[in-house]
Design a protein. Structure first.
Length: 218
């Protein structure tokens, strides 16, 4: 703890926002690591539910099961089932719109990682400039003989650069990893929801044919 405080003091004022950035990155990484677990997003019971829907009479039970779960995938499936009576063309559009809204939750916090990946090295560069300003100020006022004073400014310059890069590089890496993971899950959600929509469309077609035959018989 003492070493961290000493490091913070040696780095100057720029170390404060860098410290905030590092804590924020850690918090986002922990939260996204938990939230983007595959079984948490693509719940196996909901995938099995889609496969077990064989006829329109299965829909009410499926909706009740969806009510017991949460998440973007579950919400899209539930929305599709609750709007099964909407004409096919409109249903696809409504589900697509709902899907875009729900999938956005998979990308929650990623913009923070992207921002920190960009600004952390810049903050480190700012600390470098401030440190060099101190160096040149000492040189202009006391000459080059003040080795201790010069080393303080040079140390601040190098330290903030190292810390800024040490935060920015991992933030960029985890941003890309989580972005790819969220994109992959979004494609899987689209695949399973499309499978469900094909079933619902078939139910609508069968119902329409039955109504047509009933009308002709009358």
């Amino acid at each position: 703890m003492n070493e961290a405080l000493i490091l913070l003091q040696r780095g100057g004022i720029v170390m404060v926002p860098l410290l905030i950035c590092s804590v924020t990155v850690l918090a986002v990484v922990i939260e996204r690591s938990i939230s983007l677990r595959r079984k948490r997003v693509l719940r196996p019971e909901i995938i099995n539910l889609i496969d077990t829907i064989k006829k329109p009479e299965d829909i009410p039970l499926a909706i009740s099961i969806c009510h017991k779960n949460d998440g973007p995938f579950v919400n899209i499936v539930q929305f599709s089932l609750e709007n099964v009576d909407v004409p096919n063309g409109e249903l696809t559009g409504l589900v697509s719109e709902q899907g875009r809204q729900e999938v956005r939750s998979l990308e929650k916090g990623l913009v923070i990682l992207e921002t920190i990946a960009g600004i952390a090295p810049l903050l480190g560069l700012l600390g470098t400039v401030l440190g060099m300003i101190k160096v040149f100020t000492v040189v202009s006022q006391q000459g080059v003989g003040q080795a201790q004073a010069l080393s303080g400014g040079i140390s601040e310059a190098l330290l903030t650069t190292v810390v800024g890069l040490s935060i920015g590089i991992p933030a960029l890496v985890v941003f890309n990893l989580f972005t790819n993971k969220a994109g992959s899950m979004a494609m899987d959600i689209e695949k399973f929801v499309s499978r469900l929509l094909r079933k619902l469309t078939r139910f609508q077609s069968n119902a329409f044919e039955c109504n047509t035959l009933s009308t002709e018989n009358v």
